[in-house]
Design a protein around this ligand. Structure first.
Ligand code: FAD
Length: 382
């Protein structure tokens, strides 16, 4: 499907596909098995511009549009979702938050370091007591001489222990309940009192880094506040809108990988004197998966295109994320089924794809939350 891609967009997609074929897939499997972050491979993303895809060129980034970004995210996740989520959290969340809401001085200070891969970025909204209900967060930022002191903790943070800085949402006006009174801060890794916990042992994405972030009396200067005081929650929701489109692209890549593996296996495996490709029941599964992938990709590119056009994209982003993540899970489930017993063992990539796919229905707002966003807009509820 070419969705009227420009020559530049096709070129960037080809570059991402080439990288994924050369560096990801089977090469990540040993890292996944060891639950190890694949630094040597992640470092190779920077020279290709994949750690600063949306960052303007004047700040050292590739300065590409959201459609191009979605294409890169899809191709990298088709290769491997651990590397995919690492670059997604770095680009969509941490880097993009600074690019959207930082002052020119803040952008000059942090964006080139992020875009060139000198540091990876993390983004902390979720807390042990607040995920879907993000506005209930309790991390506190109290004013002090020349800046702020942060106390609290963040849960399930991608790149928490490998990141060189984090954008963290904290409550600056504790007397204001809910979304009001939350602000966003940049916290650099070596700041005293700021630490990552041990990476969680996860169902999937074993080669990605997810950990708790702990903030104990963390002092940051006043110029680490992004935008105005009390604007952090609104900023975070805008960051999440773009993030959801990219997570939809992540799901498309995972679904495509499941389809690729299914097709390959059906052509080589024989039973009853035929290849699996000749069985009607399995052909039906492949047709359903291929259709799912195509619809998911169209919804995702449409949402990205709306964003590039400066048009409202919240509804389209939620639809793309909802459909693509559930399509990825369906595709992965069928891929395991098509592989039979081989699908259940770690020697074949579909076992990893199946575990990785589940995250897309949970991160960046669960499927239930996406349904809520879509329904509220249709029913015109607040
Ligand atoms: C691998 C991984 C990486 C992550 N990376 C990051 C990151 O980098 N930064 C970050 O800030 N967060 C991150 N997260 C957190 C993620 O965004 C949250 O886990 C997610 O938003 C869900 O929140 P929760 O886990 O608290 O679940 P809960 O909010 O407790 O939800 C539990 C269940 O209740 C349902 N539910 C909740 N509210 C409603 C409602 N109103 N209506 C219907 N159903 C509802 C949910 O859909 C879910 O099924 C990550 C999570 C994982 C697993």
């Amino acid at each position: 499907m070419d969705f009227e891609l420009t020559a530049e967009q096709r070129q960037i997609r080809a570059a991402a596909r080439e990288f994924a074929e050369a560096e990801l897939g089977d090469r990540i499997a040993p890292y996944d098995a060891r639950h190890e972050f694949p630094w040597p491979i992640v470092r190779k993303l920077a020279p290709l511009g994949f750690l600063g895809v949306l960052v303007p060129e004047e700040y050292g980034g590739a300065g590409l549009d959201h459609v191009s970004y979605a294409l890169v995210v899809e191709e990298l996740n088709r290769g491997d979702a651990s590397v995919g989520i690492t670059m997604w959290a770095h680009n969509s969340l941490a880097t993009n938050h600074i690019a959207l809401f930082g002052s020119p001085e803040q952008k000059r200070r942090w964006l080139p370091r992020l875009a060139t891969g000198e540091v990876l970025g993390a983004w902390g909204l979720t807390e042990p007591g607040s995920g879907s209900d993000a506005a209930a967060l309790r991390t506190r930022a109290a004013p002090c001489d020349g800046g702020w002191v942060l106390d609290g903790s963040k849960a399930f943070i991608t790149n928490a222990s490998v990141g060189g800085l984090a954008v963290v949402m904290a409550r600056t006006e504790p007397e204001k309940a809910g979304a009001r009174g939350i602000s966003a801060f940049v916290v650099e890794k070596d700041t005293p009192g700021f630490a990552a916990g041990r990476p969680y042992r996860k169902l999937g994405l074993h080669a990605s880094d997810t950990a708790e972030l702990v903030l104990e009396g963390v002092r940051v200067p006043a110029d680490h506040l992004l935008g105005g005081r009390g604007e952090g929650f609104v900023q975070a929701m805008q960051v999440l809108e773009g993030g959801r489109i990219a997570m939809a692209a992540m799901a498309v890549g995972i679904a495509q990988a499941a389809l690729d593996q299914s097709v390959r296996y059906m052509k080589q495996r024989t039973a009853f004197g035929k290849t699996l490709a000749e069985f009607n029941g399995l052909q039906g599964m492949i047709a359903d998966v291929a259709t799912d992938v195509e619809v998911a990709r169209l919804l995702t590119l449409r949402a990205a295109w709306l964003k590039d056009a400066g048009r409202p994209a919240r509804h389209a982003a939620a639809m793309a994320k909802l459909f693509a993540s559930e399509a990825a899970m369906r595709a992965a489930t069928r891929a395991v089924q098509i592989h039979g017993g081989a699908g259940y063992i770690t020697e074949f990539p579909v076992e990893r794809i199946f575990r990785d796919a589940k995250l897309t229905e949970i991160g960046e707002g669960t499927s239930e939350v996406q349904r809520l966003v879509i329904a509220r807009e249709i029913l015109q509820l607040a």
